[in-house]
Design a protein around this ligand. Sequence first.
Ligand code: MG
Length: 158
Amino acid sequence: MIRVGIGYDSHRFVAGRALVLGGVTVPHPYGLAGHSDADAVAHALTDAILGAAAAGDIGRLFPDTDPRWKDADSMELLGSAHEVVRRKGLAFRQADLTIIAEQPKLAPHLAAMAAQLAGRLGVGVGDISVKAKTNEGMGFIGRGEGLAVLAVATLEAS
Ligand code: MG
């Protein structure tokens, strides 16, 4: 049986931090605010994987009140969440993600993000899709206040 999970994350842009998405540092004048490294791609995918296993969410596993996760590498958190679902007898199969950001242009970095995520989850690059689009100037994303990420992941009994 295939299990499907959905994930969503958004973070506010701030000056003075690196912009890290899917484990890739993207050149940009702004990074994302957050307790961890604020990698919204890793966070959305983590929630999709945990959701597919009905295993809670990233905030429950790695609360931002816990100093252990301050400036945490979110790719490590993704790996830990993957381990949680593996222990439940589930194998990660594939994921599809959409990053919604007005700036910067992310197309040149999407393949590197997919490779990072695939490597972390032990699947092929063909099993991870990372797409990007703008919000056509509308809302908080359109005003450049932050970005958002949608993710869907499938798991299968291993
Ligand atoms: Mg987040």
